[in-house]
Design a protein around this ligand. Structure first.
Ligand code: C5P
Length: 213
């Protein structure tokens, strides 16, 4: 099935709910481009950490304005330290503003696009053709992230991962600008009791229904 130009799928949710897996699978199934928007905030955080000198909102804004696509390809963006720093820079309105146009242009590309993040259905693409909000219980999400980190060789424990995840969710949900929350017209997908295959199938069905409906 060929999508019309500009068909956009918005997938939001808290950390480690499965939205990355679902987004990649949906994009692969329909031949859409995929943007993991968390990488934008992680890339800003990474460059800020690299520069040393600690967190500073003004510096984060300057880094966001100068961000280049190659920054998203770095192999060191998925650490716990970068995740926490990302949620700090993501609370700075000027950082979000600097990253807005890139995301909207990506969403509007011909051939369809899937964007996943925290504010895609609410702020970046309020007119998205399909909106999903992917969640899972805290314990399930922490378990998934813990396995992911230990498989990559990071030395951590479940309680630390759970505490990190909750701190990040709270920061993301409580910020003034573009807080983490489902769009009013988003389809909620709780993956706590679902296999990856079931979650992917539900997401694909939602997109299929919109394409054919
Ligand atoms: O999705 P990921 O865990 O990689 O995102 C890292 C951080 O980036 C999140 O905790 C959140 O603070 C921020 N983020 C955001 N808006 C998005 C995507 C990510 O604020 N659309």
């Amino acid at each position: 099935m060929s999508a019309r130009a500009g068909f956009t799928v918005a997938i939001d949710g808290p950390a480690a709910a499965g939205k990355g897996t679902v987004s990649r699978a949906v994009a692969g199934h329909f031949g859409f481009a995929h943007l993991d928007t968390g990488l934008l905030y992680r890339a800003v955080a990474r460059r800020m950490l690299d520069a040393g000198g600690g967190y500073d909102a003004g510096r984060a804004e300057a880094i966001a304005a100068a961000l280049e696509p190659a920054d998203l390809d770095r192999g060191d963006l998925r650490t716990a330290e970068v995740a926490q720093a990302a949620s700090r820079v993501a609370a700075v309105p000027q950082v979000r503003a600097a990253l807005l146009e890139f995301q909207r242009a990506f969403a509007a590309r011909a051939g369809g696009a899937v964007l996943d993040g925290r504010d895609i259905g609410t702020v970046i693409c309020p007119e998205a053709d399909v909106k999903l909000f992917v969640t899972a219980s805290d314990a399930v999400r922490a378990g998934r992230r813990f396995r992911e980190l230990t498989e990559k060789g990071f030395d951590t424990d479940f309680d630390t991962v759970l505490a990190d995840l909750r701190a990040r969710d709270a920061r993301d949900a409580d910020r003034i600008d573009a807080p983490l929350k489902p769009a009013g017209d988003a389809l909620l997908l709780d993956t706590s009791e679902m296999s990856i295959e079931q979650a992917v199938a539900a997401a694909i069905a939602a997109v299929e229904a919109r394409l054919t409906g």
